[in-house]
Design a protein around this ligand. Structure first.
Ligand code: ADP
Ligand code: MG
Length: 694
């Protein structure tokens, strides 16, 4: 087999398993080779059950013990719950599994085993949830290795992936990976391993050092392709002749006058840059960067107004339905407050067929001048009428491809990209090149800095009391649930359980408190309904996993409680925290962490001391060792497969330099010696596995 063979060419993968691989985006053998682990597991020394307490909630542990009785299985809603007890060092520990009834026949009483899973607590009772089972010898072997952890989709198991990778690398019909698109001169200059050893080293690591070396090469490769891709896209854009100058108009001022606040200096400056940029025959491509809550939406709205009164269509694309609806309503409200008549159309995937055809019609005929929606905006069927401005909010959630598709539906439209990802200047120059960057680096004056506290779980009760007090004052709260990563099903179950116990605790103070939950397994329409009711204050407390929508704006929510805070990257915690502190009221963020290690404390303390996203990411990295970089992605949702723009900034510099020297010789990458590179760049672009802007 070769890298372009379909995934079903791998021994052991039939059409059915193949379909699962395809769902994860693995269509070919080459895709599988590039399906990198999201982290590595270090198998820890087994602990004694007697040493576990409620403070270990959420901790991953291995426990050695003996099963004394057969497991029992019961049904709960649509779940099958298997429970048992092991005797470990004279203490019994309860175990629970979801949907694994077959274990009952697999584990015989009297066997000594090692169980590895997360500690959970319910009403003070400590148990082990969904542990994996190992025999003693196997576990001892594993302790010596680094086990890759792969991102999974439903149906695709860790085992299936490992087996397939083994076939591809070591099977009788293994793939020839000796071709390397990076020329040897570059590899030598930057001390990079060759591609074959790098991909092998990332899937089958030999020690930390070998892994670091493999990773470095692949990170370099990602940046290198990314930078060359940007060049290509930019060339394309420059090839396009004149854009439409969207004339400045008095109506934007009218909108500003109708606002209950004045723009900050930074917003005014950025709006000035945008307004001039789109009133020009040169295509504007501008990134608006501003921390969460800095007020990016209003400048986007102003641009849409200028576009509409110039007589052209503008589109605003956002990653989720809830956000789309929220923007749609906010925009409509702004127009009516300001007495501007602009026809606006909402377009989302969940719209019924009739409504959707009607929407298409209104867009096609130009009846509407502003279209706000989700990915539905780029469906083939949507035809725009004189689309001259394209805005993407929360850009990191979109692939390069999706942006392009939308832009191609217009008349060389101007484009505005909104991002809350803090990127330092030096990196921005590399990543965005000559893309214009506007930074909103000032928070609205009426904002009080968020007050933060990092506490251990013994404070949970106090925290709960605090939430109750704020709810009594008429405020709302977000509670971010303990993380589980084993599967979405367990996660859902976990959120529901947690909500129940949190709710009980709250009811002691506030019998009528309205608490609801959100998790990844809920249907889009269900999520939307919950978010909307939270938004309109029919819900007081929203318990959620990290799915709590990006960009959501509920200024009345002023408290956030985060469980297991130590398990998040700080930059991610900062993003989460951005859901509060969006109004005049004092906001609070409480991080609960059971990890009492000095390091963990120190890290989380950074959050207490700073509300500046970029500063936080930088300090977090300084505190981490290189070995810890796997698994914690500072740049979170920026979708490089491996690279992290903060942690790997030095590699990015190298890659930029290398890309620059190649382009100097061969700007169009048309020289046959660069054919391999060119092909790789195109692949990179088409795969859209990098969700960065442009
Ligand atoms: P983000 O930059 O995270 O997208 P939003 O645009 O959603 O932030 O703004 C957050 C909140 O701040 C909104 O409620 C918005 O109305 C409000 N806001 C925006 N600009 C100002 C300002 N200059 N003064 C006061 N409040 C503002
Ligand atoms: Mg926003």
């Amino acid at each position: 087999m070769t890298q372009s063979s379909p995934i079903t060419a791998v021994k052991g993968i039939g059409p059915k398993t193949g379909a699962h691989f395809e769902k994860a985006g693995i269509l070919t053998v080459g895709d599988l080779v590039r399906y990198y682990p999201r982290g590595y597991d270090h198998f820890e020394e087994p602990v004694r059950a007697g040493s576990l307490t409620a403070f270990d909630e959420g901790r991953l542990v291995a426990v050695e013990g003996v099963f004394e009785r057969t497991l029992s299985v019961r049904h709960l809603k649509s779940m099958q719950i298997t429970t048992g007890k092991i005797l470990s060092d004279g203490v019994y520990l309860d175990i629970t599994w979801f949907n694994m009834p077959f274990l009952r026949n697999q584990i015989r009483p009297g066997t000594r085993l090692i169980l590895r899973g997360r500690i959970r607590t319910k009403g003070g009772h400590v148990f082990l949830q969904q542990p994996k089972i190992y025999d003693l010898y196997d576990y001892a072997q594993l302790r010596k290795t680094l086990q890759p952890i792969y991102p999974l989709v439903r149906g695709l198991t860790e085992n299936a992936l490992r087996k397939a990778l083994k076939e591809v690398f070591y099977g009788s019909d293994h793939v020839d990976l000796s071709q390397d698109f990076l020329p040897e001169s570059i590899r030598e200059r930057y001390g990079l391993s060759d591609r074959k050893s790098a991909v092998r080293g990332i899937h089958f690591p030999e020690g930390e050092e070998g892994l670091a070396k493999a990773r470095r090469r692949l990170v370099f490769e990602e940046f290198f392709c990314f930078i060359l891709m940007l060049k290509r896209l930019r060339q394309r854009r420059e090839d396009r002749e004149g854009a439409i100058a969207l004339k400045r108009c008095p109506q934007t001022q009218k909108a500003l006058d109708s606002l209950p606040f004045e723009l900050t200096g930074a917003q005014k400056r950025v709006w000035g840059e945008i307004s001039a940029g789109i009133d020009s025959k040169k295509v504007m491509a501008r990134l608006v960067q501003g921390d969460v809550g800095s007020g990016k939406t209003i400048v986007a709205f102003l641009a849409l107004i200028q576009c509409a009164f110039a007589g052209f269509q503008g589109a605003l694309m956002v990653p989720t339905e809830v956000l789309a609806r929220q923007h749609y309503e906010a925009f409509t409200r702004l127009c009516s407050q300001a007495g501007l008549s602009i026809a606006v159309q909402l377009l989302t995937g969940s719209m019924k067929t009739a409504g959707r055809s009607e929407a298409y019609e209104r867009i096609r005929t130009g009846d509407v001048k502003v279209v706000i929606g989700t990915h539905a905006l780029i469906q083939e069927k949507v035809q725009y009428e004189r689309l001259a401005l394209v805005i993407t909010d929360e850009q990191h959630r979109f692939g390069v491809h999706q942006r392009q598709t939308l832009e191609e539906k217009g008349l060389h439209p101007h484009s505005l990209i909104m991002s809350a990802t803090p990127i330092p200047r030096t990196l921005a120059v590399i990543l965005y090149g000559d893309l214009d960057v506007s930074v909103i680096d000032e928070m609205p004056a009426d904002r009080l800095p968020i007050r933060n506290a990092v506490v251990d779980p013994s404070w949970r009760e106090k925290a709960c009391q605090f939430v109750a007090k704020k709810v009594l004052d008429g405020r709302q709260a977000y509670v971010i649930c303990p993380m589980v990563e084993e599967s979405e099903e367990i996660e859902a179950e976990n959120v529901i359980d947690y909500t129940q116990s949190f709710c009980e605790a709250l009811r002691k103070y506030l019998p009528k408190v309205r608490v609801e939950y959100l998790h990844g397994r809920m249907k889009g329409s269900e999520k939307q309904s919950v978010m909307e009711r939270f938004s309109s204050h029919e819900i007081d407390v929203l318990v959620s996993t990290t799915v709590v929508e990006v960009g959501i704006n509920v200024p009345n929510a002023t408290v956030m409680l985060v469980e297991n805070a130590d398990r998040f990257g700080l930059a991610q915690l900062h993003q989460l925290r951005g859901r509060v502190g969006r109004g005049k009221e004092q906001s609070y963020c409480i991080f609960i962490s059971s990890m009492q290690g000095e390091e963990t404390r120190k890290r989380l303390k950074i959050l207490e001391s700073s509300n500046d996203g970029f500063e936080i990411a930088k300090k977090d990295l300084e505190l981490r060792g290189p070995g810890e970089l796997f698994g914690v992605r500072q740049s979170g949702e920026i979708g490089f497969a491996l690279a992290d723009i903060y942690a790997d900034a030095d590699v990015m510099h190298d890659a930029a330099e290398a890309a620059g020297s190649i382009l100097k010789e061969d700007p169009l990458l048309s020289d046959p010696v660069n054919e391999g590179i060119s092909r790789e760049v195109i692949r990179f672009m088409e795969n859209g596995n990098c969700h960065f802007v442009m």
